[in-house]
Design a binder for this molecule. Structure first.
Ligand code: NAD
Ligand code: UDP
Length: 331
């Protein structure tokens, strides 16, 4: 296969690119580096099955040559990123998805959209099944992300229904692992970086809110199987092991052996109180379930972050990495 992966220089997109290449496929990666980094794909520079386009998918997009798949992962994903980039987030979920669908339709390719557990908002059904329609505040701060993804799902279904496009919708639940940006603001990277640098671990609110954390290799396996063997229905891919944020902080303290204290900071507006996927559909349709326990996944992620201690990437309030054209080349 030859597939286009948007957001290929990001955390998940770069791992998914590696997976497609490992299976013998060819990948065209596309990214504008708004939250990703060239380092995430630097190891692919000599691989002639990989080509890269530096481009904003929210603008008109044309890709040379045949494509069998278009996987649209481009979007800011960390709450602090999408709060800093509200318009870009809305555009990449709406215009970007439309453009990526247009490429897929023109090439006769299968289309795959990376949606999110955020479409369930602050859920009133727990755990969340794909049938649940969600509880989203469209005008709250998280609305820029949640509504962009809800639109992305809706237009994907419209292309499926009206144009007969072969489509997939994955609802990704909190995923973590190597290649997260150290200061991207998400809870796993925050706690690990804080623990390794001796800063206090910042629990927002009382820490009783829950999340269910999926290690990146499990997530990529689920995504790959859904792309290859799934159907058009939205499918949750996440780890159903549920933790409070306080339990996560305590686990990171234990695994790093840090003497950092745990402190409380104000809870952001509309922060979902609970989150846990029902993965019955993925289990039955794909034979998929996560295999990496959060203890092991956290230990691997801690080892990934450790060498960055003392480097500018770990600096407090480090600016987002800026694009370097060093690894870019036209497809
Ligand atoms: P990330 O920020 O590491 O990666 C996103 C990538 O998209 C970055 O490389 C960024 O530069 C690129 N990008 C953003 N806007 C773009 C645009 N307009 N044009 C081209 N490239 C653009 O985030 P991630 O965690 O890898 O998330 C990947 C996808 O998975 C996102 O769509 C996100 O919404 C979804 N998702 C992730 C999680 C998670 O826990 N990681 C959870 C739910 C959904
Ligand atoms: N959180 C926290 N401390 C941090 C960062 C996040 O307590 O330093 C909390 C946040 O309020 C939320 C949970 O951890 O309840 C997960 O936050 P994250 O930003 O990773 O993603 P979300 O699941 O909210 O999209």
């Amino acid at each position: 296969m030859r597939v286009l992966i948007t957001g290929a220089a990001g955390f998940l997109g770069s791992h998914l690119t590696d997976r497609f290449l490992a299976e013998g496929h060819r990948v065209v990666g596309l990214d504008n580096f708004v939250t990703g980094h060239p380092d995430n794909i630097a190891h692919l520079a000599g691989d002639d099955r990989f080509s890269f386009v530096q481009h904003d998918i929210s603008t008109y997009t044309s890709i040379d040559g045949p494509l069998d798949g278009v996987l649209h992962l481009a979007s800011p994903a960390s709450p602090i990123d999408y709060l800093e980039l509200p318009i870009q987030t809305l555009k990449v979920g709406s215009l970007g998805t439309h453009n990526a669908l247009g490429v897929a339709k023109a090439k006769g390719a299968r289309f795959f959209i990376a949606s999110t557990s955020e479409v369930y908002g602050d859920p009133l059904v727990h755990p969340q099944t794909e049938e649940y329609w969600g509880n989203v505040n469209p005008v709250g701060p998280r609305g820029v992300y949640d509504e962009a993804k809800r639109f992305a799902e809706a237009i994907t279904m419209a292309y499926h229904t009206y144009h007969g496009l072969d489509t997939r919708i994955v609802r990704i639940f909190n995923t973590y692992g190597p290649r997260m940006r150290p200061r991207d603001g998400r809870v796993v990277s925050n706690f690990i970086v804080q623990a390794l640098t001796g800063e206090p671990l910042t629990i927002y609110g009382d820490g009783s809110q829950t999340r269910s954390f999926c290690y990146v290799s499990d997530e990529v396996e689920g995504i790959y199987r859904l792309f290859m063997h799934g159907d058009h229905r939205p499918t949750n891919i996440g780890n159903p092991d549920e933790y409070t944020v306080r339990q996560l902080a305590e686990l990171v303290v234990e695994l790093t052996g840090t003497s950092s204290p745990i402190v409380s900071e104000p809870l952001p507006e509309d922060d979902p109180k609970v989150r846990k996927p029902d993965i019955t559909r993925a289990r039955t349709m794909l034979g998929w379930e996560p295999t990496v326990h959060v203890r092991d996944g956290l230990a691997r992620t801690i080892e990934y972050f450790r060498p960055y201690v003392g480097t500018p990437m770990m600096a407090r309030r480090a600016p987002r990495p800026r694009p370097s054209t060093a690894t870019s080349r036209a497809s």
